[in-house]
Design a protein around this ligand. Structure first.
Ligand code: ATR
Length: 269
């Protein structure tokens, strides 16, 4: 049986085994997908051991996305730009290929919500690894502009410079944010602490969408704040399922139907 897994630390809470098992059942693919807690100091060793036991591919989550990037023999262009890998694929030649599907997952979920990215004025909050991973797919959709705002303004400015060749993109601190925006994406980890970045009240254009990469049984503090100001809230559960579907496609060449899997996952929160 072909083996796949998600590597994380911790990894017990991961929804990936449930998602990929559902995809496998739906598409008739015979595979096993488990969660493996890799040691913090030897991610490469964990991957090699998994391959020795029949592993064909893996998802990679916190805190190993940069370590996974470092061990790959070849990388997709989007993984190279992201500086991170969330999908490992064992090639027939025994080489390890790395890809990142987070950004394409975000874009697919936004399209599923009928968000028009072409021509949109987009604000992205945060300048860490999660944001770096989605900028290339977002810019490829042809937005009017992308603004990055971060608590540490210099990180946002540097990130905008790294992606400046792909479109109109700028960065700075929260205080410099000037709306309106058609789409605001929260890629900070502030929601985890129940914090809200300091943002102006007049942030959203008419018909705007607010997306939080986080999700939970209850809306995040950012999504509640956004909904009170008239934006349509979308949490990160759809992005999670869509990035998984893209990884599954990379491994098996089949595209699962994400809607029923997302629905079941939503009910289980
Ligand atoms: P990730 O891989 O999830 O992106 P990260 O690289 O550590 O993790 O980045 C976390 C992001 O959340 C950063 O943009 C961070 O802001 P700083 O660069 O100023 O540290 C942001 N962040 C974390 N906690 C925050 C808070 N309470 N308020 C605002 N921003 C926060």
């Amino acid at each position: 049986i072909d083996r796949y897994c998600v590597f994380g630390h911790p990894v017990g809470h991961s929804k990936s085994p449930a998602i990929h098992s559902a995809f496998a059942e739906q598409t008739g693919e015979h595979l096993e997908y488990t969660a493996i807690e890799a040691p913090l100091d030897d991610f490469a060793g964990a991957w090699r051991a998994f391959v020795a036991e029949g592993g064909r591919g893996a998802n990679v989550t916190v805190p190993f996305k940069e370590a996974a990037f470092g061990l790959c023999d070849t990388l997709s262009e989007r993984a190279r730009r992201a500086g991170a890998v969330n999908t490992l694929i064992l090639g027939g030649n025994g080489l390890t290929y790395g890809d990142t599907t987070d950004g394409v997952g975000l874009v697919r979920d936004l399209k599923r919500h009928e968000v028009h990215l072409a021509g949109a004025r987009i604000l992205v909050l945060g300048a860490g690894g999660a944001v770096r991973g989605v900028l290339e797919p977002l810019l490829t959709e042809g937005p009017a502009s992308v603004r990055i705002a971060n608590r540490t303004a210099a990180k946002a400015t540097a990130l905008a410079e790294d992606f400046g060749d792909l479109g109109t993109i700028g960065g700075g601190g929260f205080a410099a944010v000037e709306g309106p925006f058609d789409l605001v994406i929260n890629g900070t980890s502030a929601s985890l602490a129940g914090d809200l970045p300091p943002l102006p009240d007049a942030l959203f254009a008419a018909g705007a969408t607010a997306h939080d990469m986080m999700y939970g049984a209850e809306p995040t503090v950012f999504l509640r704040w956004a909904a009170e100001r008239g934006a349509r809230p979308v949490d990160g559960l759809g992005m999670l399922v869509e990035q998984a579907a893209e990884s599954f496609f990379q491994w098996r060449g089949k595209r699962p139907d994400t809607a029923p899997v997302l629905e079941a996952l939503r009910r289980s929160l």
